[in-house]
Design a binder for this molecule. Structure first.
Ligand SMILES: [Zn+2]
Length: 80
């Protein structure tokens, strides 16, 4: 067990939604960034409604969930 790798721990403290700036539980956060923490020390993430509303977050979510590079998705959208 790797205690240092806290971001993958299921009982992790709140996640900060970069869309609506609210604190989410791990269950509420659909998107959790593996890198980057806000100044308050919470991991960055996004809730479901923000992902639906925000184009950038939606793209990030697609990127994370499909393991596709964000830049590639952006490029593909521009070409479409
Ligand atoms: Zn949100």
């Amino acid at each position: 067990m790797n205690a240092c790798n806290a971001i993958y721990h299921p009982s992790l403290s709140p996640v900060y939604c970069i869309g609506c700036s609210s604190q989410l539980t791990r269950e509420q956060s659909k998107l959790l960034f593996r890198t980057g923490y806000v100044r308050v020390g919470m991991p960055l993430g996004a809730c479901e409604s923000c992902i639906e509303k925000n184009e950038t977050l939606r793209r990030l979510w697609t990127s994370v969930s499909t393991d596709t590079s964000y830049d590639y998705l952006l490029l593909r959208e521009k070409r479409a």
